[in-house]
Design a protein around this ligand. Structure first.
Ligand code: ADE
Length: 219
């Protein structure tokens, strides 16, 4: 899979590249490229944003700046899904993650300030995605959340001890929440691990876990 991220803070993604799951697939299952709008802006003094027409607070990412970045990287608007990260977008959930993880290539656009000139959304993006109904100061954290959720679905991203098959929202749990997990010690400050998990009876453990998952998912 090939993922390009356009951002004003490429270094924000550094730590992710050094850790699993991203580190495990970089250069094998995943080709990741980071581009800084400032490197290709046609404006002087590395300007990328401007005041909103009609007035108002904050600055808006300019359409000509994103067009110049696309020209430099793709020679125009690319033939692939281009996802603008914005609180007005389609809310990210596991089905959308699975859908995006199945793409050959993706482009993610993050903006800081008040967001994108609407023409970037209308003419240069195919999708808008929000990571939740709240406003962050920029699209980098949303881009990281989206990147991580996609990358952990790629083959080899997770170690064998974490298959990613049985986890919250997976088909295995009928799209529900994962059951509670415990590890040693079996008792700590009087807080005990459920007896059944220590029983060694795998069939009973399995049905207890499914029941717990159902209870949690029912809220
Ligand atoms: N940019 C600012 N807030 C955001 C959010 N909740 N989702 C996606 N992009 C954003």
């Amino acid at each position: 899979m090939q993922i390009d991220i356009f951002t004003l803070i490429p270094s924000a993604f550094d730590w992710m590249c050094e850790r699993r799951p991203l580190a495990a697939v970089l250069g094998s299952g995943l080709d990741l490229r980071l581009f800084n709008y400032r490197e290709t802006t046609p404006l002087s003094a590395r300007q990328v944003d401007d005041e909103p027409y009609g007035g108002g607070a904050g600055m808006v990412l300019r359409v000509d700046v994103v067009a110049a970045a696309f020209d430099a990287v793709y020679g125009g608007i690319p033939e692939r899904r281009v996802i603008a990260l914005t609180p007005q977008g389609r809310q990210l959930d596991q089905p959308l993650v699975e859908e995006l993880a199945a793409e050959e290539s993706l482009t993610l656009l993050s903006a800081r300030f008040e967001g994108f000139d609407e023409r970037i959304i209308e003419h240069m993006s195919t999708d808008t995605v929000s990571i939740g109904p709240y406003v962050l100061s920029g699209g980098e954290i949303p881009a990281m959340a989206l990147l991580d959720s996609i990358v952990r679905r790629l083959p080899g991203a997770l170690g064998s001890e974490e298959s990613g098959l049985i986890e919250s929202f997976s088909e295995e749990l009928d799209g529900g929440l994962e059951y509670p997990q415990f590890t040693r010690p079996a008792e700590f400050r009087g807080w005990k691990v459920p007896e059944i998990l220590l029983s060694g009876n795998h069939a009973r453990i399995e049905s207890w876990r499914r029941e717990q998952s159902r209870i949690r998912s029912a809220g």
